[in-house]
Design a binder for this molecule. Structure first.
Ligand code: ADP
Length: 162
């Protein structure tokens, strides 16, 4: 069984993330979506909610497991017996940060591979932050999010704005 770990904040999971997962399933048999805490980004949804939303967004993809993850990624990958870390690349702007992280992880474990996948063109501009901005001013979300995730985002924003 080939296994890939897709770590990220997923605040919330977008069609861009889901597209990367679907593509990675052409290469590995199973993907673990590892939802990370990331206090640096001050997520809108807490960890439990982000796991739940990622499960909703991936429920039609066979071979996907979503779980929370904390600690050192390389250890988690080793513990899970995965073959690779999966990351998505959008425009050039993602590259430097992703490149640094991949090399750092390789320094921590020289046998660890990071696999970069590009989402479909229509999602190449899509970020969770942008989607939250659109939602906060009442814009349409159907091109960006699973309908249930979109509803949850609207509710969450109403709660935090009131
Ligand atoms: P992180 O905070 O770790 O960057 P994100 O949830 O923002 O977590 O993203 C997880 C991964 O998915 C990152 O590698 C990011 O570049 C990638 N990603 C996010 N959105 C897209 C998209 N629209 N197309 C391709 N990759 C994406």
């Amino acid at each position: 069984m080939t296994l890939g770990i897709y770590p990220g904040t997923f605040d919330p999971m977008t069609h861009g993330h889901a597209d990367v997962i679907a593509r990675s399933l052409h290469v590995v048999q199973q993907v673990v979506v590892a939802v990370a805490p990331n206090p640096r980004k001050a997520p809108l949804f807490d960890m439990k909610e982000r796991v739940e939303l990622a499960k909703i967004a991936t429920k039609d993809l066979p071979g996907v497991v979503v779980e929370p993850f904390e600690g050192l990624l390389v250890e988690y990958v080793r513990r899970r017996g995965a073959q690779a870390i999966i990351r998505g690349l959008r425009a050039v702007s993602d590259f430097e940060h992703e490149f640094q992280m991949a090399l750092l992880n390789r320094k921590l474990d020289k046998n660890l591979e990071t696999m970069f996948l590009m989402a479909s063109e229509e999602y190449s501009y899509l970020t969770s932050s942008m989607v939250k901005e659109v939602a906060s001013v009442g814009g349409p979300l159907h091109d960006f999010l699973h309908p249930e995730v979109a509803e949850r985002l609207k509710t969450q924003l109403r709660l935090t704005q009131s």
